[in-house]
Design a protein around this ligand. Sequence first.
Ligand code: SAH
Ligand code: SF4
Ligand code: F3S
Length: 496
Amino acid sequence: MYDPMEAGNALAGLTPPAKEPQRQLYFVARLREIVARESQRLGRPLSACVVTFGCQMNARDSEKLSGILSEAGFELSEQENADFVIYNTCTVRDNANQKVYGRLGVLNGYKKKNPNMKIALCGCMTQEETVIAKLRESYPFVDLIFGTHNLYAFAENACRAYTEKGMVVDVWKETDKIVEDLPVLRKYPFKSGINIMFGCNNFCSYCIVPYVRGRERSRSPKEILREIEGLVADGVVEIMLLGQNVNSYGKNLEDGISFAELLREVEKIEGLKRIRFMTSHPKDLSDELIEVMKESKKICRHLHLPLQSGSDRILKAMNRRYTKEQYLALAEKIRREIPDVALTTDVIVGFPGETPEDVDETIDVIRKVQYDNAFTFIYSKRTGTPAAEMEQVPEKLVHEGFDRVLKCVQDTARMRVQRYQGQVMEALVEEINDGANAPAALSELGAKPEEVLLTGRLSNNTIVHFPGMADQVGTIVKVSLDECRGFYYLGRILED
Ligand code: SAH
Ligand code: SF4
Ligand code: F3S
């Protein structure tokens, strides 16, 4: 029988190294041989497509998957009828899961037309036993399933998907391992996420993340700084330090430093222009961090500070470990020390037991803090979390509360965002905006014929669109913020 792994494989017969990352690099080489042979057989290159659901951490993981696929010889594509399609999933709310199940049906259709196609699933959803059971039962055409803890072993598992029959499932419950130095393919050449820690220890009672991402593990400061230096040498000007709760960074490290100390070290890296981070848990945000932000020339003027609820009773049931008063005092302190900071937040409406009066408390905080933006979510029951056992709020009441919160968020955010109208600020040009409204915006802004509409991001995370040259993507330019349009600006580049 044709065996792509063994047929004429130069590495066949060699024992894979036991040590990481050498082991995975060995499997990348094996995968490369499989890909080369398959593509010779088919008379065309093999394509691969990585689809990301969920948060920044998943986006970063997808860059690691893309790095391995590209190293193995796949041509990366955005088409979901590629030869190797991988869904990097999210399970924070049920609608994220439903989206994946729906799209898997479409993938099955593609696979019927292209029997060589491989379908893989990874990410937070696959850490749930109920999900694996459902996939085995109803989605047998999936070739490979692996979890969040062994993402680094993707090359090894991808080889298995080509050489073993049936569905390959490799999901681990936990890990204490952090494997460094595997290939990464960045989505943007000029900006990058960096994991500084994995997992979460907070167990907010509604949240599934601690169950699917495991316990908190920090990367060593040395590895983080080395990675950032490498990225900067490769053209990166903006980085985002990633963790579920960056303020507790370093707590499980022997030679640990605090998050604020880490930021001080990152600031020293020459050539790096902007530093962002996500997410800060209010209970762990230190005065030292505020101090470092205040003094910094590179840390962006944006802090995402999830509130979740403004009601003390609900906050307690959520296990958030702060009160409304403590949160307000913290927000006030931040605003006092760093007046130009933009605060954004996450809010959940419809947590078990929430009454319209509790929603009033949330709205009160939104009014008082005046967020630049707030992401409002309808509570989603996650099996296995403590909140799933509590009495759920009737849907009609949830929607009423949600609409009230959303309206308040929109009103206050519009006011906040427009406060810089007429000012000049620096923007990092992120991409060319070729949306349907681009031609109208260009003519309105009096663009020259050779100019395109560019999209930039201000330090405070607000988006601004302006005419410019395509080769300005990735550079920092001075922009006058001429006109606020709700959540974004239209502007013009000012020549130095
Ligand atoms: N670690 C981050 C949040 C990660 S999840 C933090 O604590 O700030 C991102 C957001 O999803 C959360 O802030 C919360 O608002 C929302 N979320 C988490 N679980 C949810 C659930 N079960 N239903 C609805 N929203 C949820
Ligand atoms: Fe979830 Fe809370 Fe951890 Fe954030 S801090 S990931 S909301 S458990
Ligand atoms: Fe979703 Fe996992 Fe992120 S559940 S929000 S992708 S950590």
